[in-house]
Ligand binder design. Structure first.
Ligand code: FAD
Length: 291
């Protein structure tokens, strides 16, 4: 398959790229190309202009401080997977990235591209939601910061205008003592997940859960926070009863079916993935016996 014809630009600066997106009709950003090129070849999208942002090297960096983690939009997924400083403060990225496509796709694919493609089963938007990240976008009227929950505007619909470019994602790292779990089920390695779950937990010295974040991907039109489950978990020791209640409460999430599986099947897979993630995030004496 060949893509439909398009004009191609490869600007050297962010301003130039934004200028092209504002001046040209029906223009699209090209980042790692791992989703866009397939969509062009399959004739799902027909842009008249492609603005390749691979020369915007300033957008490819990872900055980790005690208060803040910032990942530039053009950072390759493989770079994020192996970054030691990021791993020390947010190890969930490595676990999740190992499940994003294949090493070859991660060598090219970018975090910005994944956020903007916004497949409901994508791992990186799920982490953005889990971590209450802020997405930074630049457009003709400057830069703005968009909370991940607003950025995820709908099914494969990022909350940015056609002439805006995502420049970075930022979030505050959790306490060094936090624990996490990330699990997903896909029919073949590298496929998009039928359901995925991401869990972050902070406990006090008595092993009582003080803070919890849970996000579920793949089962709805967008990745979702499981707020009801988080409430059920905080204040408990993460015992078997609490875990069962959190898993049960998944029926409060949006669940849709497609040709890969109906809603009941997806919900059942999501519950299993969540149970596994909770078990990984709750090590030590309070770890419940796996069901
Ligand atoms: C075999 C295979 C398996 C895969 N498996 C998975 C998987 O399991 N999980 C997963 O999450 N992904 C998976 N993917 C897709 C992933 O590899 C892509 O990297 C990702 O979806 C898009 O990132 P990209 O940098 O390649 O973006 P592109 O393909 O270049 O762009 C994707 C979309 O985002 C827009 N865009 C890109 N960057 C920006 C920006 N900075 N600002 C504004 N708009 C932007 C583009 O215009 C386009 O609409 C898979 C891909 C392949 C080929």
């Amino acid at each position: 398959m060949k893509p439909p014809p398009f004009e191609y630009f490869c600007p050297a600066t962010l301003d130039e790229a934004i200028g092209l997106l504002s001046e040209r009709e029906n223009a699209k950003v090209l980042a790692g190309g791992q989703s866009l090129m397939a969509m062009l070849n399959l004739r799902y999208v027909f842009p008249d202009v492609l603005v390749d942002i691979n020369n915007l090297h300033d957008l490819a960096s990872i900055d980790v401080t005690a208060e803040r983690i910032r990942i530039g939009a053009m950072t390759r997924q493989r770079k994020i997977e192996v970054d030691a400083a990021l791993f020390a403060r947010a190890p969930i990225f490595r676990s999740a990235l190992k499940l994003v496509g294949h090493r070859q796709t991660r060598n090219r694919g970018t975090i910005g591209g994944s956020l903007c493609h916004l497949d409901p089963a994508s791992e990186l938007p799920l982490l953005a939601l889990l971590l209450d990240a802020v997405v930074e976008a630049a457009g003709p009227s400057g830069r703005r910061r968009i909370p991940a929950r607003d950025f995820i505007a709908g099914f494969m619909m990022p909350g940015i205008a056609a002439d805006e470019i995502v420049t970075a994602i930022e979030f505050s790292p959790w306490a060094d003592t936090h624990t996490f779990g990330f699990n997903e089920f896909a029919r073949r390695h590298g496929d998009f997940a039928i359901a995925s779950s991401a869990v972050h937990i902070e406990r006090d010295s008595s092993l009582v859960i003080q803070r919890a974040a849970i996000a579920i991907g793949g089962i709805g039109s967008v990745p979702q926070r499981h707020f009801a489950g988080e409430k059920l978990l905080v204040g408990t020791s993460g015992d078997a009863g609490a875990i069962a209640a959190v898993v049960e409460a998944c029926d409060q999430l949006e669940v849709i079916g497609d040709f890969h599986g109906g809603p009941e099947y997806r919900l059942s897979v999501a519950r299993t993935m969540l149970r596994r993630s909770l078990h990984s995030a709750l090590p030590g004496p309070n770890r419940p016996v796996a069901a």
